[in-house]
Design a protein around this ligand. Structure first.
Ligand SMILES: Cc1ncc(C[n+]2csc(CCOP(=O)(O)OP(=O)(O)O)c2C)c(N)n1
Ligand SMILES: [Mg+2]
Length: 294
């Protein structure tokens, strides 16, 4: 990856300059090739689009500082997931992956940002588009691909496939749309019951957001003050039906009513762990995020 980045930077440098031929050109190429990471800035500040809030007094900060290490780590993780998903796509079409194969390409920033914002001891449960979270929760690409191709070395011994992957503090991979949301509240209840200072992230798609069990869960989570964060990953479609055709209100971040909510439009925000950490320590309970992907 480092080689790739330095190559990219060389390419960009080269294309920004006029082509130089002969000995001068050769010297220029040597100079460009000798650029190293040390030449780059150690951190960068990003502007973040203001988030819409519901029942929150203040919105998260509108700027974020990202160090080079953070940036490279996030980029590398997102690239790995993208490549893994594109390969899986190909393997599925070649019928080497059989059964289901629900890809996560395009939504990588979500799982990478969320993982950067929580502790490994925190808990996470998601719907059936689980490959990205399986990776960010610590399972190797090899084990994920082995699982997808039904091999013994897979993270569920090859018996779970695309929808049923698990890892430490990661509860899948759930094929029944919406069913993981109450399960997530149950995990949060266990955290509270055992007096652990941990939280559970409970993810679902826009296609699940109109289900009754989700509203029952909001109610119980708010009533019992569970350390649960509900996250609606809105990619605007559920089985090809657009959110406008499926939902009377697409303001998913307000759905919890008594639960504070936040609408996140800028994916760079997700790539900034500090924003989340500040927010988490401040509000802790019933956080409700909303992501958009376009
Ligand atoms: C209870 C239930 N009903 C229907 C389905 C069939 N189904 C599979 S995926 C899907 C749409 C899910 O959309 P969304 O939650 O937005 O997830 P996305 O595919 O966009 O990630 C449906 C209805 C199911 N798996 N479970
Ligand atoms: Mg969707």
């Amino acid at each position: 990856m480092q080689k790739m980045l330095s190559l990219l930077s060389r390419v960009l440098q080269g294309s920004a300059q006029k082509p130089v031929t002969g000995a001068a050109g050769e010297a220029a190429r040597v100079i460009v090739a000798s650029r190293s990471y040390a030449d780059f800035a150690t951190e960068a500040t990003f502007d973040i689009k203001k988030c819409d809030v519901h029942r929150l007094e203040e919105a998260p900060p509108t700027t974020a500082v990202l160090t080079r290490e953070q940036g490279l780590q996030y980029y590398r993780t997102m690239q790995t997931i993208r490549r893994m998903e594109l390969k899986s796509d190909q393997l599925y079409k070649q019928k080497i992956i059989r059964g289901f194969c629900h890809l996560y390409d395009g939504q990588e920033a979500c799982c990478v940002g969320l993982e950067a914002s929580i502790n490994p001891t925190d808990h996470l449960i998601t719907a059936y588009r689980a490959h990205g979270y399986t990776y960010t929760r610590g399972v190797s690409v090899k084990e994920i691909l082995a699982e997808l191709t039904g091999r013994r070395g897979g993270c569920a011994k090859g018996k779970g496939g695309s929808m049923h992957m698990y890892a430490k503090n990661f509860y899948g991979g759930n094929g029944i749309v919406g069913a993981q949301v109450p399960l997530g509240a149950g995990i949060a209840l266990a955290c509270k019951y055992f007096g652990k200072n941990e939280i559970c992230l409970s993810l679902y798609g826009d296609g699940a957001a109109n289900q009754g069990q989700i509203f029952e869960t909001y109610n119980m989570a708010a009533l019992w003050k569970l350390p649960c964060i509900f996250i609606c990953e809105n990619n605007r479609y559920g089985m090809g039906t657009s959110v406008e055709r499926a939902a009377a209100s697409t303001d998913y971040y307000k759905r919890g009513d008594y639960i504070p909510g936040l609408r996140v439009r800028n994916l760079l925000f997700i790539l900034h762990p500090l924003c989340f950490k500040v927010q988490l320590s401040k509000f802790k309970f019933f956080f409700f995020f909303y992501y958009l992907f376009w």
